[in-house]
Design a protein around this ligand. Structure first.
Ligand code: PHE
Length: 344
């Protein structure tokens, strides 16, 4: 066979391959043991020495050209196959799921939304946001807060004790107040901080109590802080979060770690003060405990009570969500009924 013809056929065979599998076949057909090229090699034996040398060189050069053509084609095919794979794999990150889409979008739980909104209000008032652990030692949850062992005030909260160390030495915090102690141990005054977080009490769930609930603690330690500063802060907060039409009141109360102490109540937003099941017919809902930091607490954390004074408060976040959105029963927050959750 004429070499020009052989070369032209080989070219079209290699060019016709469009996948790596087809190319492997084409290479065998063009350069393999049974290819026209191999056949031509075998025919060299019939030539005289001079003709054999000449034809042998031509065949060798042709083989080299075909081999480099095959490897160029292999590179082209590999690139095309990789591109096709990338195209097929492409993720469209701009894709929107519409309301009608069967894939519904989730949202933040109302308690999380409320926690963030409360943080925003307090940050706007100049507080920073801090955090603390949910499992505490007896010292942080009780003792440093002026609640010694066997003190009757311990029964203010029904505590979950953890099976860790000495009996009744580690608890799931019953309030966020222990973070007051952490903050005062770790930071030199002045302190202006709010601390949101989860709390636990052995409580039977009802319209306004959950065994796992959330509080946002507030702590201010500075020079010459008075009860008027506390009352003003509570008032400013109530108006900023619930609106200027919602009334709040402070009622004398007792907490071992504040003196004097008060309970913050606001008009029940479910019945607007008329009395209902949610507020047990009183027209008021307790939202927070508060008071002036007891000097005994300052002494427990090594802050000089003759130099520094301060106030603290603890709001129920779930309670705030309940009153802000008119949720008659707090248990709905944890029942995970999407028809309820979707509203917020
Ligand atoms: N820790 C108290 C509670 O959970 C609330 C409180 C916080 C009271 C700060 C006074 C000061 O009931």
């Amino acid at each position: 066979m004429k070499l020009e013809l052989l070369e032209a056929q080989a070219h079209s065979t290699l060019a016709g391959a469009s996948s790596s599998a087809q190319l492997a076949e084409a290479v065998t057909a063009v350069l393999g043991k049974r290819s026209p090229l191999a056949l031509a090699h075998r025919e060299l034996g019939a030539l005289d020495p001079e003709g054999r040398r000449q034809a042998g060189r031509e065949l060798h050069e042709l083989r080299e050209r075909l081999e480099s053509l095959a490897s160029a084609r292999a590179a082209e095919i590999a690139a095309a196959e990789r591109q096709a794979m990338l195209d097929a794999d492409r993720l469209d990150l701009t894709e929107e799921t519409s309301v009608a889409s069967p894939i519904a979008r989730g949202r933040l739980h109302l308690v999380t939304q409320t926690r963030r909104a409360l943080e925003d209000v307090f940050v706007g008032m100049g507080f920073s946001v801090a955090e603390g652990p949910e499992a505490e030692t007896d010292w942080y949850n009780f003792e440093a807060l002026n609640i010694p062992p066997a003190h009757p005030a311990r029964s203010m909260w029904d505590t979950f004790y953890l099976d860790l160390g000495q009996p009744e030495s580690v608890v799931l915090r019953t309030h966020t107040s222990p973070v007051q102690v952490h903050l005062m141990e770790d930071t030199a005054p002045p302190i202006h901080a709010v601390i949101p977080g989860r709390c636990y009490r052995r409580e039977t769930a009802d319209a306004r109590h959950l065994a796992v609930f959330h509080q946002v603690e507030g702590l201010v330690v500075d020079h010459d802080i008075s009860f008027a500063d506390l009352a003003g802060t509570i008032e400013t907060f109530t108006n900023a979060y619930f609106g200027t039409d919602i009334h709040s009141r402070l009622r004398p109360a007792y907490f071992p770690f504040t003196e004097p102490s008060a309970e913050v109540e606001i008009t029940c937003t479910i019945c607007r003060g008329a009395g209902c099941r949610t507020c047990s017919g009183t027209g008021w809902i307790e939202l927070a405990g508060c008071g002036m930091v007891d000097p005994a607490v300052f002494e427990a954390v090594g802050i000089d009570p003759t130099e520094w004074s301060g106030f603290a408060f603890g709001f129920g976040i779930d309670r705030c969500a309940q009153m802000r959105h008119g949720i008659a029963d707090m248990r709905w927050l944890t029942e995970n009924d999407v028809r309820f959750l979707r509203q917020f």
